[in-house]
Design a protein around this ligand. Structure first.
Ligand code: MN
Length: 415
C-alpha cells in the first residue's frame, strides 16, 4: 500500500495505521481526525463531502464531535468500514488524491492543530498484569521469597481508578501533596510527594455498554475493544505506601494520569499479535482463551530535565504481559459489573525481566537505592520538578510500522 501523502519510513502514522483522535483545527473548531505521516485529516469535512456516503450506519456525521465516543459506539462493523474507507482514500490514485480542493480544506500540518482528549472516559480501571512488575514490587515491599501474593496467578488483580483526572499528552501534572510516613517518623507528615514516579502502561478503550448482570467472555471481549493508547499512571510512592492498606491505591494515584492522543485500532495492531507467556497453574474456565492474545508493541521511556537532554531510561514491550486484555475484561465483568462506551482499562506497569526494561522509577532505581545517572551528570531516584517524562510505543514487522506517537507530561512544582 502506498499513500499519496509522503512520510518517512520510521513514521508511526503509516498507511497501515489510520488511528483516530480529536483535535482543534486552526484554533477554530474541534472535530475528529486521523493522521498520516505529519498530516492531520479532518474526518468531519470528508463526511460532509460524501466520502462515507455509502457506509450503512454512518449516515450521521459522528465526526463532528468533541469526542470519539459516538463514533466508537457504532461498533466494529461500522468503525472498521470507516477505517478501511479512509485507508483507501489515502492511497495513491484514489478519488481523494485528485480532489485538490478537499485536500486543501481537510488536511492540516501538525503545527496547525492541537490534540485533545480523544474519548470521554466513562470509567477507568487499572490492572496489575505484568508478572515481572508484581514480583519486583512484592520483593521490595513484602517478602523477597514470596513476592507474588497467593491470588496473583489466579486472577488479574486490579483496582478502580479515577477517570476525571486522566489528561491528554502535553498537559502539565502538579506534584501532589499528601500524607506520608517515613520509616523513622512517629507521626505522618504533610507536604509535596518526594517519591513521584511514572508507570509505563498501555490501555484499551471499550466500544459498547453492557447491562448489569451481563458478563463479557474472553471470546466476546475482542469485539468490544476499539483500540489502545499509551498510558502513564503517575504515582506518588510515598503517599501510596502510607495510604494503601487495606483498600489499595487512592490519593497516591488519582492526582493525574496521561494518555497519548491517538487511539490505534486493534485492526491496525492485528499483524503484531503474539503468544502470551504460559500461565501456570491453569486458570479457571472463565479466564481461559484461545489463540494469540498478546501484541508485540515496543515501549520506551524518556526523562528530560528542564532545558536538558532526553535520557532513554527504559525499553520494554507490551508482549510481556501475563494477563491479556480478553482475560482482564472477562474478569472485570464476571460478577455482572456493567461497562460503558469509553471505559478505559490500563494494563498495569509493564516490566520485562531485564532491569533495563523496568517500567517505573521505583523498579529502575530499586526504591531509590541505585539512582539513574543522567547525561547532564545529575542523578534521579524519582521524578523531580520540571522533569518531562515521555513514553513512546510502536510495532514493526516486515517493513510495516504502526505506532502510537507519544504521551508526554511535565511535573510542575506544587504551590
Ligand atoms: Mn498503574
Amino acid at each position: 500500500m502506498k499513500s499519496f501523502v509522503e512520510y518517512s519510513s520510521d513514521s508511526d502514522f503509516s498507511i497501515h495505521n489510520i488511528p483516530f483522535g480529536v483535535t482543534v483545527f486552526n484554533k477554530e473548531y474541534i472535530g475528529c481526525c486521523t493522521r498520516i505521516g505529519d498530516q492531520i485529516v479532518d474526518l468531519a469535512t470528508l463526511h460532509d463531502l460524501g466520502y462515507f456516503e455509502d457506509i450503512k450506519g454512518l449516515e450521521d456525521n459522528v465526526f463532528e464531535a468533541y469526542t470519539l465516543n459516538e463514533f466508537i459506539e457504532l461498533g466494529k462493523p461500522i468503525t472498521n468500514a470507516a477505517r478501511t474507507r479512509i485507508q483507501e482514500l489515502l492511497l495513491e490514485g484514489s478519488i481523494l488524491s485528485k480532489d485538490e480542493k478537499t485536500i486543501a480544506d481537510a488536511f492540516y500540518d501538525l503545527d496547525k492543530v492541537k490534540m485533545m482528549m480523544p474519548v470521554h472516559i466513562a470509567n477507568y480501571t487499572d490492572f496489575y498484569s505484568s508478572i515481572e512488575h508484581a514480583t519486583n514490587v512484592g520483593k521490595m515491599f513484602r517478602d523477597p521469597d514470596n513476592a507474588l501474593l497467593p491470588n496473583w496467578k489466579h486472577l488479574p488483580v486490579g483496582y478502580h481508578g479515577r477517570a476525571s483526572s486522566i489528561v491528554v499528552s502535553g498537559t502539565d501534572i502538579n506534584r501532589p501533596k499528601g500524607q506520608t510516613k517515613p520509616a523513622d517518623a512517629d507521626q505522618p507528615l504533610f507536604g509535596p510527594s518526594k517519591q513521584l514516579d511514572f508507570e509505563l502502561e498501555m490501555a484499551f478503550i471499550l466500544n459498547r455498554n453492557s447491562e448489569m448482570g451481563e458478563s463479557i467472555s474472553t471470546k466476546d471481549a475482542e469485539e468490544a475493544i476499539f483500540g489502545m493508547v499509551i498510558f502513564n499512571d503517575w504515582s506518588a510512592r510515598d503517599i501510596q505506601a502510607w495510604e494503601y492498606v487495606p483498600l489499595g491505591p487512592f490519593l497516591g494515584k488519582n492526582f493525574g494520569s496521561s494518555i497519548s492522543p491517538w487511539v490505534v485500532t486493534m485492526e491496525a495492531l492485528e499483524p503484531f499479535r503474539t503468544a502470551s507467556p504460559k500461565q501456570e497453574p491453569a486458570v479457571l474456565d472463565y479466564l481461559q482463551f484461545e489463540g494469540d492474545k498478546n501484541y508485540d508493541i515496543n515501549l520506551e521511556v524518556y526523562l528530560q530535565p528542564e532545558n536538558g537532554e532526553e535520557n532513554l531510561i527504559s525499553e520494554s514491550n507490551y508482549k510481556f504481559m501475563y494477563w491479556n486484555m480478553t482475560q482482564q475484561l472477562a474478569h472485570h465483568t464476571i460478577n455482572g459489573c456493567n461497562v460503558e462506551v469509553g471505559d478505559l482499562y490500563a494494563s498495569g506497569t509493564i516490566s520485562g525481566s531485564d532491569p533495563k526494561s523496568f517500567g517505573s522509577m521505583l523498579e529502575l532505581t530499586w526504591r531509590g537505592q541505585n539512582p539513574l545517572q543522567l547525561k547532564d551528570g545529575k542523578e534521579r531516584k524519582f521524578i523531580e520538578d520540571n522533569d518531562t517524562v515521555t513514553m513512546k510505543a510502536w510495532s514493526e514487522k516486515d517493513g510495516v510500522r504502526v505506532g502510537f506517537g507519544e504521551v508526554s507530561g511535565k511535573i510542575i512544582p506544587t504551590t
